[in-house]
Design a protein around this ligand. Sequence first.
Ligand code: NAD
Length: 489
Amino acid sequence: MELNFTTFTNIIDGKPSTTAEKRYSINPSTKEANPPVPVSTREDLDAAVGAARRALKGWSETPWEERRNVLLRYAKAVADRKEAFAEMLTREQGKPLMFALSEVKSSEGLMQTLASVKLEDEVVLDEGGRRIVKRYVPLGVGGAIVPWNFPISIMIQKIAHAVLTGNTIVCKPSPFTPYTGLKLVELAQQFFPPGVVNALSGNDDLGPWMTSHPGIDKISFTGSSATGRKVMESCSRTLKRVTLELGGKDPAIILPDVDIPLVASQIAFYSFFNSSQICIAVKRIYVHSSIAKEFVTALVAAAKQFKVGDGMESGVFMGPVNNSMQYEKVMGFLEDVKEKGTGEVVMGGDVGRFRYKPADKGGKSGFFIDPTIVFNPSDDSKIMREEPFGPILPVTTWEDEEEVIKRANDTDMGLGASVWSKDVERAEKIARRLEAGSVWVNEHTSPMPLAPFGGWKGSGIGVENGRDGLVGWCNVQSLYVRREVKSVL
Ligand code: NAD
């Protein structure tokens, strides 16, 4: 059956399911209401967890190859509907349509790549009549808690890990972006047996109900570090397994030998893409003092090319930020810069009135924010230490290599980092000393599905993607098999 993107329901045990209460989120470009979605109750959660539990035996005993083939057929079905998913994504999230389309395409790619990985039994010892085999056994029922910045790819990532490894799953999209997540799971019903993939939309209480639910064995959470702490605390009571993919404050270290216009344009892209609402966006720039002036001029010139506006309009690079809370949060960073006099706003930010003035709102009234660049804030300022998750970017300078490594590592976060230089050997030496889960030389924000992705320190626990990501959805079992009973007496 074809999907329609006008009515949205929960999906429990393979079937659509409605709720008495409804809510809706708004299109951040226009502030118009999107369609109604369910507000799930505890009973809905119990029903979804029950369905996932009932489906577990059959699915976990389905051979890996068959599970992989089902996932691949589903991946194709998602890609075949990429336009419809992308349009809905732009309406709920705000990102430009071309980037919404690439989010759907990259989700297909992620499923295809993950499907090429397989966890096989490993013989760890075979001697003296005894064989020891390391096995990967599904954990059980998983709970996926998804944020609003990449509602499709993060939901798909969690579904793919769970189903490949033989787990079943209950998915919760963000209340700000529930639409594409619900439709992804509706579409999944055409491929997976009932109860294997379920979805619930709800209010702020649904996440905590999931993390404390005794019938859920693992929570795969992506969101802020503050919420991640609450998730872990709640999961500890039932000793659930957790994967936490949390916030970041990624540094980019620019060495003096770079091609300034080229690197500045790349950094502008990796900072302002998705209106900077990316966990692994560049969020602190350390540029060598000898090129700082020229680099900042080039960075501003590159960022000025970015058209801000409704993601449905062609040529738009930056849509609005996703919601009013996020808008006010970014304002708070600008106000702090102005009030404390830390740093010079060299681009964006209507500093006179402490309010941003969208360059081009396309005649609409959404949560638009111009790309904003703050030069030379102090290392202890809010903008250098915290994650705005919006388009306000600090640039500072360095002179001594040891010192800049220390400053880049001086953070509670450890998600991503990058080093930029023509001297790749020198850049790699610096990169190896940075405390982050993903470190790039001469690029940033470029995770690949075969490489484990996760945060150090306050940026997370565990990883997704690659073999290690799949292992995170399994119990490891050491199976000892003796061919004959050996007397120990
Ligand atoms: P958030 O923490 O506010 O919400 C994330 C999800 O958690 C939502 O579905 C929300 O409804 C749910 N939630 C809220 N409170 C909860 C609770 N007490 N228990 C359980 N669930 C709860 O995050 P957000 O604002 O949606 O997303 C932005 C944050 O996510 C940023 O900090 C960003 O860096 C981070 N992020 C990290 C990654 C990564 O892979 N490391 C990827 C994307 C986003």
